[in-house]
Design a protein around this ligand. Structure first.
Ligand code: 5U1
Length: 681
């Protein structure tokens, strides 16, 4: 196709672009396995269009710009569309001018005078999915077909029938033929859940909801499609026989909704260019909060008669346009891989990227989730990677462009030591995540460790919540758990937004928390896999913290419900000298619990063994829950009512009828100090 006036570089570049576009179109349309994001494909496409516009002699009949690509897959029966499935013209100017240009074009083509009233447009969302034609005959779904090349698609009826939201029968219509056109898509939460399941199983994750939905529709085994959480929205019509279509597009969609078809509620009839611009802006602002991906909005001339007058150019109607938003996937360079330690100690590889504008913001960090996903995606420093940012999900690297790898790139390795505290990094047998074993000691886990330690079911430190923990750690006031017990009112009151009263409340809370139980203390340490029940079992079995710290794996395995994973986790925790130090420092700070707390072997020797107590009123320092726990730990039982069998009634302020009854029956009555004396034996 070259001629003497066309520069050789243009000839070569056009040939290269055609080759690239054909390759990527095949991967996208036929294999459902694209290598590059849509935005990158669009860029290549536009580059070829520009060269062909400048040098029309280079336009070949097989140029991707000259036809809509799509192929019937071997394996599905071909379906000839009764009415061709058109594509939609795309406006890539993502600014207001994109909408204004469409309105101006429509008005020009309708030959409207400048002072004619603004046109009515149906404004909708452009769902990022796969276009489908549903054929209903006499109200019954008889066939579902993909778009294919627009003339002939694939018969995917069996697969589409698995989508619960697609009605198998229309409500209130027995028209001989109604073809409904719309988009099969996957909601973001369904997609994230599916990928979470894949990660848990250690299997390959899906790249994005669109490809996953498209792949599911074109599964040869409908049983697999049925397992994919697909959704559907109707947005138009194909062939219609025996039904009077309403006079406007918006009324047509209302009618489809009345037939029981899912029609997206985020649509509106707007007036003129100003209405289009406002809709584009409003949906752009709401884009991240929508439950599904959109890549733009669609404007359609609302009046069907005007649509007929406007007609088509090649395979695109003149009465509609898709007005895009910034792409949610882009390619960029992976400059480095760093490790982030989370609040729970999980190590996450984070991609440090050449900043790229994606999904409406500039992204320079993206998650790689874990070592296994990183390896599966084959990502290495220096690679050209695909970054996705959609909705409020954190940006992630979803793949790489294999053809753009530099000559030598070393493989990534997980560090053996935590980059924050230097503790050993470990991965549980069969597990996927690498974790820092530093626990309480690790700076990255400090806030989480403090909150857990202070929790109601742990040390129950009243007044120590999220915000205060943030302040204590961020101000540098607390670096280790034991430092909590060095806080005084003066230090606390100096914190921002901390009044004297709240400071005093926290100090009181800390004082109260010093009297606890071994089970609560153990649970509060936040040892992985040691929940409340295991902590109680351990306390009952060993009776003392030193015995637990020194217990061998075999001794730990003797405890009720303690298996190898839990036993190993306890051993690993106490093998670290800094954890033993923390326990010592907490004991030195005055944290105490009754010794021999419920030890299986010597319950009978406990101070309250066989005794029943009743609590009434408010005790000066002990909460009802704590008093219960202390009594139970000392072998006693707490009953709800007073009888002749009650050994003691413990009464605080505003004690009620139980105190009267104790007096009547001659049951001994104690205050909190008396109870503490009993507990101490
Ligand atoms: N909402 C909507 N999406 N969408 C996609 N309407 C709509 N219409 C389309 C396409 C391809 O095509 C018609 C304008 C023919």
């Amino acid at each position: 196709m070259s001629d003497a006036t066309v520069p050789a570089e243009a000839v070569a570049r056009a040939a290269e672009l055609r080759r690239l576009l054909q390759h990527h179109a095949h991967r996208y349309y036929v294999l459902d396995a694209p290598e590059i994001p849509d935005a990158e494909y669009d860029r290549l496409f536009q580059a070829l269009q520009a060269i062909e516009a400048a040098h029309p002699g280079l336009r070949t009949a097989d140029s991707p710009t000259q036809r809509v690509i799509g192929q019937v897959l071997a394996g599905f029966a071909p379906v000839r569309h009764a009415v061709p499935m058109l594509s939609i013209r795309t406006e890539t100017d993502t600014e207001a001018s994109g909408a204004e240009a469409f309105d101006a074009r429509v008005r020009r083509e309708l030959a409207l005078p400048d002072d004619a009233a603004p046109l009515d447009y149906a404004a909708e969302l452009k769902f990022d999915g796969l276009a489908i034609n549903l054929r209903y005959e006499r109200g019954v779904l008889v066939q579902a077909a993909t778009r294919g090349d627009g003339e002939t698609g694939e018969d995917v009826t069996q697969n589409i029938r698995t989508i619960a939201r697609v009605p198998l029968r229309l409500q209130g219509s027995e028209a001989p033929v109604i073809e409904v056109r719309g988009e099969v898509y996957m909601r973001r939460d369904d997609f994230e859940r599916l990928n979470e399941q894949q990660r848990e199983k250690g299997e390959k994750t899906y790249v994005n909801p669109r490809n996953t939905a498209a792949g599911a529709v074109r599964q040869l085994d409908p049983a697999i499609t049925a397992q994919r959480p697909l959704s559907f929205f109707a947005y138009g019509l194909g062939e219609v026989q025996g039904w009077d279509q309403p006079a406007t597009h918006s009324a047509t969609l209302d009618a489809l909704a009345a037939f029981g078809l899912p029609v997206c509620a985020d649509r509106r009839v707007v007036q003129g260019a100003a209405g289009l611009v406002a809709f584009h802006r409003e949906m752009g602002a709401r884009r991240d909060a929508l439950p599904f991906d959109i890549d733009g909005v669609v404007y359609k001339v609302n009046d069907i008669e005007l649509q007929r007058r406007l007609g088509f150019v090649t395979r695109e109607p003149r009465w509609a346009v898709a007005h895009k938003y910034p792409a949610q996937e882009q390619v960029t360079r992976l400059n480095a891989i760093e490790i982030q330690v989370g609040r729970t100690g999980k190590l996450t590889p984070v991609a440090k990227l050449e900043p790229v504008f994606v999904g409406g913001t500039t992204v320079s960090n993206a998650t790689l989730h874990n070592l296994f996903e990183l390896r599966r995606k084959g990502v290495r420093v220096g690679d050209t990677v695909i970054v996705r940012r959609a909705g409020d999900v954190i940006p992630e690297v979803v793949g790489r462009v294999p053809s753009l790898r530099p000559a030598y790139v070393p493989n990534f390795r997980m560090p053996r030591q935590c980059p924050v505290c230097g503790s050993p990094v470990a991965r549980e047998k069969g597990g996927i995540d690498h974790r820092c074993s530093g626990g309480l000691y690790c700076g990255a886990q400090r806030k989480q460790a403090l909150l857990h330690f202070a929790g109601r079911r742990a040390m129950d430190i009243e007044g120590l919540g999220d915000k205060l923990v943030d302040q204590l750690v961020d101000s540098g006031l607390i670096r280790t758990l034991p430092e909590l017990y060095t806080l005084g009112v003066a230090k606390l009151a100096a914190l921002d937004r901390m009044g004297g009263k709240s400071a005093q409340n926290l100090v009181d809370g800390l004082v109260k928390s010093r009297h606890t139980t071994l089970a609560r203390f153990l649970y509060a340490l936040g040892i992985r896999h040691v929940g409340e029940a295991t902590a109680k079992d351990l306390a009952r079995h060993f009776g003392g913290i030193d015995r637990i710290m020194d217990a061998s794996l075999d001794q730990l395995l003797e405890v009720n419900d303690v298996g190898p994973v839990v036993a190993q986790s306890i051993r690993a925790f106490f093998e670290q000298p800094h954890h033993r130090e923390i326990v010592e420092q907490l004991r030195a700070a005055g944290i105490q619990w009754p010794e021999h707390e419920g030890t299986q072997a010597d319950t009978a020797a406990l101070p309250l063994a066989g005794k029943t107590l009743v609590l009434t009123g408010t005790l000066p320092t002990l909460s009802r829950e704590d008093a219960n726990a202390l009594i139970e730990a000392a072998g006693g039982k707490v009953a709800g009512s007073v009888s002749k069998k009650t050994h003691w009634v413990v009464a605080g302020d505003e004690a009620g009828s139980k105190l009267d009854k104790a007096r009547d029956l001659g049951v001994p009555i104690l205050d909190e100090a008396g109870l503490r004396a009993l507990l101490a034996g």
